[in-house]
Design a protein around this ligand. Structure first.
Ligand code: ZN
Length: 248
């Protein structure tokens, strides 16, 4: 028992040195129950870093199988995983990376009907989706449950990210009030979802441990072509059909 505690101290040594993090922050991570919704490019980076950081419980949700055309960016899946369900492929790597983390592989689609069950008992959700439609379903459920939802999306060398904390700032519908566009196949340079997935995890770890200033009410825009970051201030819409009726 003591030996395993020593090993945990060693494993998390560097992050516990971060200002404000400490042993208390590590204990909070260990108690946290986090979902990664989609194990593609964003979800690969997000699930690897969440696991490495030592969150207590991680639920991976995806219904796809690994395809060859995924491998330029979905780094948790390898050439030996083709045709395998993505959640299984990821869970295998993640438990090897950090056996302290309980990883649950849920091979299901997120729909209006399934979302409540899929996010049951979860403290925080990280976005790894590829359509705005599904993200809106997750957004609604997170607002209803009042749990944080960290949004990210990529296109080519561009990325977008914001942290939604119901009450504290706008929700995804406040940011994108228009009708969702039809899903399409988009270009993606491999590292773009890696950058954005890492930004998601950074804010997730901050929210879970209580350090720093998360991107609430700010849309972070990454431009890999010019190598720059910008932010757009976003306000909560008092008439938002999703979060507008939330009472303090
Ligand atoms: Zn809203």
């Amino acid at each position: 028992m003591e030996r395993s505690l020593d090993q945990e101290f060693l494993r998390y040594d560097r992050q516990m040195m971060v200002r404000g993090f400490g042993l208390e922050g590590q204990k909070r991570l260990k108690q946290a129950r986090v979902a990664v919704a989609g194990i593609g490019g964003l979800g690969s980076a997000a699930s690897l870093y969440l696991t490495a950081a030592g969150v207590g419980y991680l639920r991976l949700i995806d219904y796809d199988v690994v395809e060859l055309s995924n491998l330029n960016r979905q780094v948790v899946h390898w050439s030996t995983d083709l045709e395998r369900p993505k959640v299984e492929s990821a869970a295998m790597k993640l438990t090897q990376l950090n056996p302290e983390v309980k990883v649950d592989a849920v091979n299901e689609t997120i729909t209006k009907d399934s979302v409540t069950k899929l996010l049951e008992g979860i403290d925080l959700v990280l976005d790894g989706q590829d359509t705005l439609q599904t993200r809106m379903i997750i957004n609604e459920e997170c607002v209803r449950r009042r749990i944080p939802y960290i949004y990210a999306a990529v296109y080519g060398l561009e990325g977008y990210m914001t942290t939604i904390v119901p009450h504290a700032g706008p929700c995804l519908k406040c940011v994108y009030p228009a009708e969702c566009p039809q899903p399409e196949k988009v270009p993606v340079l491999g590292p773009t979802p890696g950058v954005m997935g890492c930004l998601e995890v950074t804010d997730a770890l901050k929210l879970l441990t209580g350090i720093g200033r998360p991107a609430i009410g700010r849309l972070i825009v990454y431009d890999g072509e010019r190598m720059s970051f910008q932010e757009v201030v976003i306000k909560r819409n008092p008439r938002c059909p999703v979060c507008g009726k939330l009472k303090k």
